[in-house]
Write a protein that binds this ligand. Sequence first.
Ligand code: MN
Length: 202
Amino acid sequence: MAFTLPALPYAHDALEPHFDTMTMQIHHGKHHQAYVDNLNKALDGNEHAGKSLEELMAIMSTLPMPVRNNGGGHYNHSLFWQILTPNAGTQASTKLAEAIDAQLGGMDKFKEAFANAGMTRFGSGWAWLCVKADKTLCVCSTPNQDNPLMDLAECPGTPILGMDVWEHAYYLHYQNRRADYISAFWSVVNWDEVSKRYEAAL
Ligand code: MN
């Protein structure tokens, strides 16, 4: 069963003015589609064809680079579209908010640490909020299309929020201003979805 591109859960222009329409069209329709197509090619006739994305992530250190790059790309973008929303005013659940307060110094400190993880990721990659094996929260970043689910990750965990800091995620609208893109990101985070993923990871 080949992987397919999941539909966006909102229209391409729904995240305006924070994420512009053309970026969303190219990011989803071209970049994400290419990760899906190239993952299918990399797995074609391979013993690992038929495994789920999560199963592939768990043995990534044993798999060839095209599976790592494109499998990571497919997983990361599939999560990314879900944790975004045009609905303003979603909020972290009480349980998640309490964990952020107790473990990460509160929402402001968390946002600062997360933005910093995105800003200091040299080149391309992702910033993450994860639930570690001991069920505590952590903030980290990964290079390229790696993610914390991969067995080779330096910061292993279950990602519940991810931010793409590849230039293709922001360059058309924000050019070199990654910091402006990161501050716009907070306006479109779907805290309902992040909270749901938090509960599921516990
Ligand atoms: Mn991307």
